[in-house]
Write a protein that binds this ligand. Structure first.
Ligand SMILES: [Zn+2]
Length: 231
């Protein structure tokens, strides 16, 4: 997917694309992040460990087949800056590229074997209007590019806006997240294996709520992939 148009060199000269982490100008072969940052950011390797800290978030709650997170989310730190860029500063293409790079790193480990559908964690429609795009969908598009697995955004909806969550107590927030996702438009998912895709996993409550909503439609197998993990 390298850009080969001769005008690209000229465009890079006048409008250099900056690495969102170190803010250096990227050369024409670098996409999403500069090569230095891509190799320096701390990888989790969670896909290699069935009892990884990410997998443990779901133990005893709902069966999650496989978990993968590209980078450790550090606060403050470079990965936090990267996720902010993807989420709030229009960095949707960066999300796509990183989704694709991560998927290519996971492929030799057979992480995608048997997975037939990618389902990004949806944004509430009001939030989607404000932000203009769903970062998780763009990450999932990158995974789809690399793997050829179909992407489905119709099955899962975010039906409750959680804007005021910071003013609520822990139980109310849990209840809000738990009931915020709805898969009533999904068909019977019996026998399917779905990969849920999100930008960051922190407590696991969002992925769990999405998994539970999908699980109610035929108990599909479910796996999870994020760009960053707070564990
Ligand atoms: Zn960089």
């Amino acid at each position: 997917m390298k850009r080969l148009h001769p005008l690209d060199d000229l465009l890079d000269l006048f409008f250099p694309r900056l690495c969102p982490v170190c803010l250096r100008a990227m050369n024409r072969d670098e996409r999403g992040l500069c090569t230095g940052c891509l190799h320096r950011l701390p990888r989790t390797g969670y896909h290699l460990d069935p009892l990884s800290p990410m997998a443990q978030l779901f133990l005893g709650k709902i069966p999650i087949e496989r978990c993968a997170a590209f980078f450790h989310f550090t606060t403050p730190g470079d990965v936090r800056q990267l996720i902010h860029h993807i989420k709030y500063h229009g960095g949707k293409r960066c999300g796509l590229v990183l989704g694709e790079i991560f998927a290519r790193e996971l492929q030799p480990h057979r992480f995608f074997d048997g997975i037939d559908t990618l389902v990004p964690v949806p944004l509430h429609p009001a939030k989607l209007r404000r932000r203009g795009y769903n970062q998780s969908e763009w990450i999932a598009r990158g995974v789809a590019h690399a793997t050829g697995i179909e992407l489905c955004t119709r099955w899962l909806q975010h039906t409750r806006d959680s804007r005021s969550q910071t003013r609520k107590g822990i139980y109310d927030r849990w209840l809000d997240t738990h009931s915020a996702y709805d898969a009533r438009l999904a068909p019977d998912l019996t026998g399917r294996h779905i990969l849920l895709v999100d930008d960051v996993v922190t407590t696991g409550a969002t992925l769990l709520a999405c998994a539970q909503a999908l699980h109610a439609h035929g108990e599909p197998r479910i796996s999870c992939l994020t760009l960053a993990a707070a564990q």
